[in-house]
Design a protein around this ligand. Sequence first.
Ligand code: AHG
Ligand code: MN
Ligand code: MN
Length: 280
Amino acid sequence: MQDIIKAIEEASIKIKELIETGDTAKSEQENSTGDTQLKLDIASDVIIEDIFKTIPRIKAIVSEEQEEIVNLNKDGEYLIAYDPLDGSSLVDVNLSVGSIYGIYKDNFDAKSIIASVYVVFGPRVEMVVAIDDVKMYRLKKGKFEFIQTIVLNEKGNLNAPGSTQNCWAPFHKELIDDIFNDGYRLRYSGGMVPDLHQILLKGGGLFSYPGTTDRPKGKLRQLFEVFPFAYTYEKANGQAVDGFKRALEVETTHIHDTTPCFFGSNTEINRVLEVYKKNG
Ligand code: AHG
Ligand code: MN
Ligand code: MN
């Protein structure tokens, strides 16, 4: 696993430079989810793929920005699904963005995830690695230095509600309103990496991206976004669910499948489960 973490560190240093100097324009291409790719999405995908190609223990990779699985080494052990640049449409306004990596064994599905890594590119570059526990590292003078172990409190005070209110189910809107009425603060940048990172570091709260009238299965992708963060939140003593069950029990039928998702500390997620059970 250490060789994979090292590869991610190396890729992140290059992506940091790309974000600082690269062209924020759109490309002519769309990815498999139908998003118009930015030149930065494509360039960061190439950086990661080129580095992963040099690691013999990686069996196959799949990127949010590519249609198909890329087979690398027949005798390799690990499968990696990654979102090279999550929140890339925020680069032109200079908000934080990130990369997300899910490390799987045998299959690209929830029950096969064995580790997860994300990297936040903000005023500072931080990498969070979840294996048995959740450890944060910060890039300092070209090296990632251990900073702290991350553990969520039982309850937090931040609320990050995804999508748009006019596409929410009435009971979902009521849940979010009730949470705000209980004194939670709105924290939503539109980038799941910094939004989820903030909730982890500030002790807890709720991030939601529900099924909506325009996207009944939500927007966030299972393999590249939801499962890696679900793994991290569980290892940090929090939870991740699809409204009814653990996100890590959601079935994958296609590599680009999405799912409704909720990440948070225990108090907030139990509240979501209760409301969804009554209304779902
Ligand atoms: P990506 O840039 O990889 O397409 O993903 C962006 C995602 C995620 O980071 C964020 O939480 C969500 O899209 C925001 O969506 P809404 O604007 O619909 O809330
Ligand atoms: Mn993304
Ligand atoms: Mn992306």
